[in-house]
Design a protein around this ligand. Structure first.
Ligand code: ADP
Ligand code: MG
Length: 300
């Protein structure tokens, strides 16, 4: 069974004077249990619309979805979900600790279990020192970290996170990435949106790219990175003269710049000439380039 199954989900907003906005167009997507899925798209692509629909905060114009087999129109679907909204804001007269206790109680937690879990989550998100201060005194990054903390308290199996790294400094971003990696190691399912490719590269199993409400592609991240290899830098000793044309203008001696298709023949000639190959480094077109390419060529 898929963790999240989305079928032809469509949302048309009715704007001012009857103007229509097709924010989400026939989104069909399966998120496997145990995978980390990056939902990548530029601002205004429809990511938050999709996530709010999954969470039952807005109703779709058409289409359907299930979470762990349960229809999103039923409250049951959200019982095993940790949800981070975009721009989270909390009852800011509460402290982070009071808020996490409140969240735990809504999920029927209590006693030592709740106390321990709250303490460990506050520590993990670097909120321990500030735990007793009202959240109105928190910085934007601290509020975002409370947002992450509150999804972890009840230890759900599925995480739906809208831009979890937004508003965080580099340390905070790294922390959230580590937490997502830990969730994957524990077999949890994470579906998160972002408009930043670097957030996806190191932690996602698959990425889906949404542009103007339409899903353009869904690919394993490793596959994109492997397909992005455009050539190789080859370091070798005693390079035969016939390969000198592969020296590029600014390379030091011993380094050849070899296009992808030439690698086989070049390696064969190095071997035949008795050269010692010391290093072969792939040169990639990265995920950012792939993403920009998709956005530029999307037919939305
Ligand atoms: N309540 C709303 N009423 C009208 N249009 C909306 C509403 N919410 C979002 N939109 C529009 O829908 C599109 C998708 O928005 P959103 O889902 O927030 O994108 P993302 O999260 O990818 O930045 C945008 O064009 C946005 O302006
Ligand atoms: Mg958004």
């Amino acid at each position: 069974m898929s963790a999240i199954s989305i079928e032809n989900l469509t949302k048309t907003y009715r704007g001012k004077r009857g103007a229509k906005v097709d924010a989400l167009k026939e989104l069909t997507l399966e998120i496997e249990a145990g995978e980390v899925f990056g939902f990548l798209g530029p601002n205004g692509a429809g990511k938050s619309t999709a996530i709010k629909t999954l969470m039952g905060l807005i109703s779709p114009t058409s289409g359907s979805a299930t979470i762990l087999g349960k229809d999103i129109t039923t409250p049951d679907a959200r019982r095993s979900v940790g949800f981070l909204p975009e721009n989270p804001s909390f009852y800011d007269y509460l402290s982070a600790e009071e808020y996490l206790v409140f969240v735990g109680k809504t999920f029927a937690m209590s006693g030592p279990e709740l106390k321990e879990k709250t303490a460990s989550v506050l520590n993990r998100l670097d909120l321990w020192e500030a735990r007793k201060r009202p959240m109105r005194s928190y910085s934007k990054g601290m509020v975002q970290r409370v947002g992450i903390a509150q999804v972890l308290v009840h230890d759900p199996d599925v995480y739906i996170l809208d831009e979890p790294m937004s508003g965080l400094d580099p340390l905070g971003r790294t922390l959230v990435k580590e937490i997502i990696k830990e969730l994957r190691e524990r077999g949890k399912t994470v579906f998160f949106s972002t408009h930043i490719t670097a957030d996806v590269e190191l932690i996602c199993d698959r990425v889906g790219i949404l542009v103007a409400g339409a899903l353009q592609t869904v690919r394993p991240v490793q596959e994109i990175l492997a397909a992005g290899v455009v050539g190789y830098q080859v370091k070798a000793k005693d390079i035969p003269q016939e390969l000198f044309s592969y020296y590029n203008a600014d390379s030091q001696a011993e380094w050849l710049s070899v296009p992808k298709a030439d690698l086989g023949p070049v390696m064969a000639r190095l071997q035949a000439a008795g050269s010692t190959v010391e290093l072969v480094e792939p040169q990639r077109k990265d995920l950012e380039a792939f993403f920009l390419d998709i956005v530029a060529h999307s037919q939305a």
